[in-house]
Design a protein around this ligand. Structure first.
Ligand code: FES
Length: 364
């Protein structure tokens, strides 16, 4: 019998744990002067951060953004290397606000916090009572080692820097738009461009609509004249405001319309709405009153209009009443009539706010 153990590699001895290298103290660990100098440096970075936050606020209010053009663009009046000075200043000051806090914290950790290496043995993941106590003790030790209690200068300037860093965010919130007080709502959310005599035109083409263009059962997406980007310039009429860019999109979002023709006998007129229709043609907002999806799924037999988002269903033969789904109020109806030249026009604006009702509806 041969001895196979001759061919096996020799068993290796485990490598001895080299342990942690000897700790080398930093100048700030042994020289009180260096320690105080580092402390002042850290505070200096936090102070710089505060200054940058204040400069952000100054730039926000003092630099001109330029006039908003009708197409939604802005021509900056103050420029810096060809860029809008306001944007450059806001970006730079906000960036430096955050950067100086970061530099201060890193400098603090490198120079002043304890840098003694520790080794931690792995242990089962379950947290025993003992582990939790150890963790709390370690956190407490960390807090003590960071010196945050002993160094009020660093602590207070850091708190100041963090508080000031919130200023740009608070100031920036004002760009979300005006606060929706009742008077602001009356001029914005609760008002559309529809007014007496505004022509109802087809969406996309912008062509005006005569009652005879619609058969019973037809449904059309429509807009007020002036809110459709006209490819056919001959459709432009004197005295009509044709919006472009951002204002066009804002107004279009509120004024979009559904036109539907049904048998006049099928309509149940709401109180005061007896003359809001013309020969069975009804007009409603296209914006769902639940959370604002555009609607146009029509059930011809029932005159029900279904919103594809959450299945709210509105009865167009009965003042846009909600017959199913999460919408809490009827689809706003637009009173319509026929102009002297035979086209469908509005009698007035909507008599109630269009769209979702996440703001307080009744501002009267
Ligand atoms: S948006 Fe229409 S049902 Fe929700």
């Amino acid at each position: 019998m041969s001895d196979h153990s001759d061919n096996l590699p020799a068993v290796q001895e485990p490598i001895a744990d080299p342990g942690l290298p000897a700790h080398t103290p930093r100048p700030t660990d042994i020289d009180p002067k260096a320690e105080r100098r580092a402390e002042r440096q850290v505070a200096f970075f936090f102070l710089l951060s505060m200054v940058m936050a204040v400069l952000f606020v100054v730039a926000y209010f003092s630099l001109d953004l330029g006039k908003l053009e009708e197409d939604g663009t802005r021509e900056a009046t103050d420029t810096f290397w060809g860029l809008g000075a306001s944007h450059v200043a806001l970006g730079v000051t906000l960036g430096l606000t955050m950067m100086f806090i970061g530099i201060g914290v890193i400098h603090w950790a490198r120079k002043l916090m304890s840098d003694v290496e520790i080794s931690e043995q792995r242990h089962p993941a379950a947290s025993s009572e003992e582990d939790r106590e150890e963790t709390l003790a370690a956190l407490q030790a960390g807090l003590e080692e960071s010196g945050i209690a002993r160094r009020p200068l660093v602590r207070n300037t850091l708190l100041g820097a963090l508080a000031f860093a919130g200023l740009p965010l608070i100031v920036g919130l004002t760009d979300l738009g005006p606060v929706a007080t009742s008077s602001v709502r009356r001029k914005t959310l609760e008002k559309t461009v529809w007014k007496e005599g505004t022509r109802i035109v087809r969406d996309v083409t912008g062509t005006p609509i005569r009652p005879e263009d619609l058969e019973v059962g037809d449904l059309l997406n429509a807009q007020p004249e002036g809110l459709v980007h006209l490819h056919d310039a001959s459709l432009k009429r004197e005295g009509v405001d044709y919006l472009e860019g951002a204002p066009l999109h804002i107004e279009k979002g509120k004024a979009s319309l559904i036109l539907l023709r049904m048998e006049p006998k099928d309509i149940t007129h709401g109180k005061g709405r007896e003359n809001w229709t013309h020969q069975g043609i009804v007009a409603y907002s296209k914006i769902c009153t639940h959370v604002g999806c555009p609607i146009s799924l029509n059930e011809q037999q029932t005159h029900h209009l279904l919103c594809p988002c959450h299945q709210s269903t509105f009865d167009l033969a009965d003042s846009g009443r909600v017959v199913f789904g999460p919408a809490a109020r009827a689809l706003p109806q637009l009173p319509i009539k026929v102009s002297e030249d035979g086209y469908l026009v509005a009698q007035s604006d909507f008599t109630e706010p269009v769209g979702p009702s996440y703001w307080e509806r009744d501002s009267k």
